[in-house]
Design a binder for this molecule. Structure first.
Ligand code: ZN
Length: 395
């Protein structure tokens, strides 16, 4: 038998033995790791996965009591408390963590960041701001700035919001819509205080940040209107047609008033009808019907809405036809028609509301800044519409 074959006979069991040993060492390591985690840890995890946060918290509080040294567990608990709205408990937990001497720099920053979020949720914005500002030069800088931006918006501190949004700009988000909106907020404030020059300056900056900013055009029109320069107001508002015509709906009533002030009431109505024809979604049907009724009489108004129902068979068109029909119908039909209109209004109540495209929040009033999810320009300027079709996103 050659030597090489003999060696293989010995080597094979040796390699096998080494492999077995390695596997055994590994298993031992795993077993010791598993033993170091209390079974209740998995129980808590299970509750979390099932969405049973309350029961998970009870389990983790119990573990934390017996393993006070585990920093990560304290973070998890603090997070859970905040999510459950137990803000005092979350704050206490994170404050206690910050007094520990065994925290490393990253853990300390994490605890600060968590505490800032607790304060924000509790509405203690000044305390959150102090901590977040301290984190500006740490690994948490970007997250802290993002939260700071939320704080400044809550506090309506628009100059600081502008500065922070500029610092946050990057390839993924250039904040041009937000920055333009912050300038519009400043302009609206200045306009309310009759500081016209200041307001105009802010609007210029708003348009510099986002030249498609519809709100800036709307406020420019309002300022001109308030100053009695009705032609300039009309010119500003009509520029919206080039940008996003649906926003004209928000100025439509004032636009007609400006034409009226110039003694061109009929021109105003003609323009409104032309816009409605050109942009069927423009939310001015109520106004157009009202104008037709006042200026051209019931027959013309009735014919107008009936034609509209033929070309655009929508619930708002139907509502208008029934409304007009009520005025021409014989008395014996009126009680019945009244019930039909009432039922139709109840069934289509949502169509008289503005919707936030981010969170679905609905409101009678139009918002530039969603009160529920704080998104900007998330409401379509068309009541009843849940998705914007003519979105002018330029990023
Ligand atoms: Zn929203």
């Amino acid at each position: 038998m050659p030597d090489s074959q003999f060696w293989w006979l010995i080597a094979f069991p040796v390699f096998f033995g080494l492999g077995w040993l390695a596997a055994r060492v590994d298993i031992k390591h795993v077993l010791s790791e598993t033993r170091s985690l209390p079974a209740s840890y998995f129980k808590g995890l299970n509750f979390l996965l099932n969405g049973e946060t309350n029961r998970a918290v009870d389990v983790y509080v119990d573990i934390a009591r017996h393993h006070a040294e585990t920093v990560e567990l304290q973070f998890t608990l603090g997070h859970l408390f905040r999510r459950r709205g137990e803000l005092e408990r979350a704050i206490r937990m994170h404050q206690k963590l910050l007094t520990r001497r065994d925290l490393n720099a990253v853990q300390r920053q994490q605890a600060q960041f968590e505490l800032a979020q607790d304060f924000m949720k509790a509405g203690l914005f000044d305390r959150a701001e102090t901590i977040l500002t301290e984190l500006a030069n740490t690994d948490y800088a970007r997250q802290a700035r993002t939260e700071l931006l939320a704080v400044y918006q809550q506090e309506k501190d628009w100059p600081k919001a502008i500065e922070t949004a500029r610092q946050l700009r990057d390839d993924s988000h250039n904040y041009q819509h937000e920055i333009a909106q912050f300038y519009c907020e400043l302009a609206a404030q200045a306009h309310t205080r009759s500081h016209t020059e200041e307001a105009l300056g802010f609007l210029e900056q708003a348009l510099e940040a986002n030249r498609q900013c519809a709100r800036a055009r709307l406020i420019l029109g309002e300022i001109a209107y308030a100053a009695g320069d009705h032609q300039a107001a009309i010119d500003h508002w009509l520029q919206l047609e080039m940008q996003d015509p649906l926003y004209l709906a928000l100025a439509a009533r004032q636009l007609l008033a400006a034409y009226e002030a110039l003694g061109q009431s009929e021109e105003g109505t003609t323009l409104l009808l032309r816009l409605l024809q050109q942009y069927p979604e423009l939310d001015v049907l109520d106004l157009a019907y009202e104008r037709m009724l006042a200026q051209r009489g019931l027959d013309a108004a009735y014919a107008f809405v009936r034609e509209r129902l033929q070309t655009h068979p929508t619930m708002p068109s139907l509502r208008k036809v029934l409304e007009a029909h009520m005025l021409v119908a014989p008395d014996e039909q009126k009680a019945e028609l009244d019930i039909i209109v009432k039922l139709l209004n109840d069934a289509t109540r949502e169509q008289t509301m503005y919707f936030c495209n981010h969170c679905g929040f609905k409101a009678k009033q139009y918002f530039w800044h969603c009160p529920a999810c704080t998104a900007w320009e998330a409401f379509a300027p068309v009541r009843g519409r849940k998705n914007r079709l003519h979105q002018t996103e330029s990023y």
